[in-house]
Design a protein around this ligand. Structure first.
Ligand code: SF4
Length: 250
């Protein structure tokens, strides 16, 4: 076991950076004109390899919009379930097609592959580009399928702050709650990516930075990028077990 990874208990996959949204708070920065996406079989192999070495308790898929590539999402979560990973999460904006039949098929695939925690990003920022109608259709299908679903809005300054974005977010959240999505979590926006450009007037010296930065000497989350990069290696070029064993903090 690599001592720098001995506490690793989570794997995150950026399935793609391609997205249907162009949110002004996006912490990935400007959406790329084109983005690679992870190959389903290669990503699943990484899950098997990492889970064989460490006690992984959570596997998360996100993006970009991960459901632009549902086969990759399904392959990752199927592998996670086979490895006994308890928490299998997906973050999505719910908008990956306007075809309602395809929404239904995708939700059926999510149900079969074992995703058990869907976080739906709905708020004033996402709904500037993501038509609420399609995100709502997705939410209703997920509820019908019995997959646990939470609303995951982005709050500006704090969850309780009374700025105009939060007020609009509260209205949107209320409409999704009326559909039957009762649990609401969400994160406070931190200064990174496009938020630095478009929302800088809301940040001051008290604003907290990213809560997701890992200590390179005590990595808790193995993060795999849309291009396969992870821990100084690449799952398309190196075996994941070799990457895990040879990782050293820079
Ligand atoms: S949906 Fe997510 S990844 Fe896409 S632009 Fe919005 S914040 Fe960024």
């Amino acid at each position: 076991m690599n001592e720098y990874l001995k506490n690793a208990d989570k794997i995150e996959f950026v399935v793609t950076l391609a997205c249907t949204g162009r949110c002004i708070h996006c912490q990935n920065g400007d959406p790329p004109a084109c983005s690679p996406h992870l190959d389903p079989a290669v990503a699943a192999e990484a899950v098997y390899g990492i889970c064989g070495e460490y006690g992984i308790r959570t596997v998360m898929t996100f993006g970009g919009e991960p459901l632009l590539y549902p086969r990759t999402v399904a392959a990752i979560h199927r592998a996670a379930r086979e490895c006994g990973v308890g928490k299998r999460q997906l973050i999505t904006n719910g908008y990956f097609t306007r075809d309602k039949e395809r929404i239904a098929q995708t939700v059926a695939e999510l149900s079969l592959c074992g995703v058990n925690d869907i976080l739906l990003s709905v708020d004033a920022f996402h709904q500037a580009d993501v038509p609420e109608e399609y995100a709502a259709e997705f939410a209703l299908r997920v509820l019908d399928a019995g997959i646990p679903l939470r609303l995951n809005p982005a709050w500006l300054v704090s969850r309780d702050d009374a700025n105009a974005y939060n007020e609009e977010t509260r209205r949107i959240v209320g409409r999704f709650k009326a559909l039957g999505v009762l649990e609401v979590t969400g994160d406070v926006i931190f200064p990174a990516g496009r938020a630095l450009e478009y929302l800088s007037s809301y940040f001051d010296e008290n604003t907290k930075g990213s809560p997701y930065d890992d200590d390179p000497y005590d990595v808790r989350t193995v993060s795999v990028g849309a291009d396969g990069e992870t821990l100084g290696g690449n799952i398309y070029e190196n075996g994941i077990v070799d990457i895990l064993r040879s990782y050293r903090p820079e």
